[in-house]
Design a binder for this molecule. Structure first.
Ligand SMILES: [Zn+2]
Length: 282
């Protein structure tokens, strides 16, 4: 890629819609002169080591960044990865530039077009500098506009952009069933579900009435509480036997800790690696 791929032009760069690079010497580039059309998809091709990246990243993008940095306040410069000053005689017609590396770390739930392109850094900086603030309001900084900082993140979704809503209708699809009949479909099966039911019995909840006939206060607590009380459990006892055992302070089978249905769903969703499990709790 050592030669001028696009031919000479005598027009000025801006008028001709060209980015004109003259005398590029970054790394192994040898006085490369090149004119690149703007508003077009342009490809640099060449064998490994021929200088494609030195021209694209090391020269053109580096110069665009350098010019941009000159226009921002020193405190804001730390928000962006800085490129060095490229070894080049002149670049004309250069627009603001964004560079995407070929290989990026794996994306995560917080990746967005803005973060991958680093454009969100620039937008945050622009907001923090251009914003007009009501009287008596403190100055806002770029971080205050980031969904990845506590002060900038939306309080509802914590900056993730998604909210997992777990409603009564989802967790209890058939409200004519009792808790013993597994009205709470989102609870775990087998022993763990039975354990949660026995805990409710110890706490005095009626597990044999149809769900829809339980007081709203009870339904809400069972589904939505964040409390995790630990209570004596009498395995295999009926509710009446449990009440009697509690009254006599009988030695319990074990101490059981309650988890609300919503808490269980969100906890399982957040932690499970099993697609099957995820399917079942949602
Ligand atoms: Zn949000």
């Amino acid at each position: 890629m050592a030669n001028n791929s696009f031919g000479e032009s005598s027009c000025t760069a801006a008028a001709s819609g060209l980015v004109q690079v003259r005398g590029a010497r970054e790394n192994n580039l040898k006085e490369v002169d090149v004119s690149i059309p703007r508003n077009a998809l342009v490809v640099f091709s060449g064998v490994s080591g021929s200088g494609k990246s030195s021209l694209a990243f090391g020269t053109i993008y580096a110069e665009a960044q350098r010019r941009y940095f000159e226009s921002v306040a020193p405190y804001a410069r730390r928000l962006i990865d800085q490129a060095g000053v490229p070894d080049v005689d002149a670049i004309d017609g250069l627009p603001p530039a964004v560079a995407l590396q070929q290989q990026r770390g794996s994306s995560n739930a917080r990746s967005s077009v803005g973060s991958v392109t680093t454009l969100s850094s620039l937008v945050r900086m622009m907001y923090s500098r251009a914003g007009a603030y009501p009287a008596n309001q403190p100055m806002l900084y770029a971080e205050d506009f980031s969904p990845n900082t506590p002060q900038g993140a939306c309080p509802t979704c914590h900056g993730l952009g998604h909210v997992y809503e777990v409603t009564e209708a989802i967790m209890v699809p058939n409200p004519s069933l009792s808790i013993r009949e597994r009205a709470i479909a989102s609870w775990p099966p087998a022993w763990q579900g039975q354990n949660l039911r026995d805990i409710l019995v110890s706490m005095g909840y009626d597990v044999d009435r149809p769900w829809k006939d339980l007081p709203k206060k009870d339904r809400d607590w069972i589904l939505f509480t964040e409390e995790t009380p630990t209570v004596p459990v009498y395995a295999g006892f009926t509710p009446a036997e449990t009440r009697a055992a509690l009254k006599r302070k009988m030695e319990p089978s074990y101490m059981g800790t309650f988890t609300g249905a919503r808490r269980y769903v969100l906890h399982t969703f957040a932690n499970t690696q099993s697609a099957l499990m995820r399917k079942r709790v949602v």
